[in-house]
Write a protein of this length. Structure first.
Length: 150
């Protein structure tokens, strides 16, 4: 279903979508609207009541564990990869300061347009990961190789 360009209608569509996501059937949704607001359809809600409906549905979604994941959640694996590479470089002696602040500072130097790591785009994170991988390869190539006895 495409969202309407009319803001009021779109708001009503989002209310319906949240109800579906919360697991309500059409009948349950209509009963919920009637019980909560005394209306048969979301289009009958005033702006204040629509805002209240959003709040109640958001609380319901949180309670059922069906809330929308954080908008930055997709970045977490890439940021963890950056931290792991940074720690590997620190273990190898290439990085003197292992702390997150040092990683942030290095990232800002590599990507001057980036204000903070948490605001980095996917492209920026990929470039930072690749830069750390190259650095790690250079460090490992310069490490003396231990000989194993047969």
């Amino acid at each position: 279903m495409a969202l309407s360009t009319d803001p009021v209608k779109r708001d009503c569509q989002v209310i319906r979508y949240k109800a579906i996501k919360a697991g309500m059937t059409e009948e349950q949704y209509k009963d919920w609207l009637n019980d909560q607001f005394g209306v048969a359809s979301a289009t009958e809600l005033t702006a204040t009541k629509r805002k209240s409906a959003h709040g109640r549905l958001n609380a319901l979604l949180l309670a059922t564990g069906k809330e929308r994941p954080s908008e930055t959640a997709w970045r977490d694996p890439q940021i963890h990869k950056l931290e792991a590479l940074w720690n590997a470089l620190a273990t190898a002696g290439a990085v003197r300061v292992r702390e997150r602040a040092a990683l942030e500072a290095w990232c800002k130097r590599q990507q001057p347009a980036m204000s903070a790591l948490r605001f980095a785009s996917g492209q920026q994170l990929s470039e930072l990961i690749e830069a750390l991988k190259k650095w790690e390869r250079r460090v490992m190539a310069n490490q003396p190789q231990e000989k194993t006895k047969p």
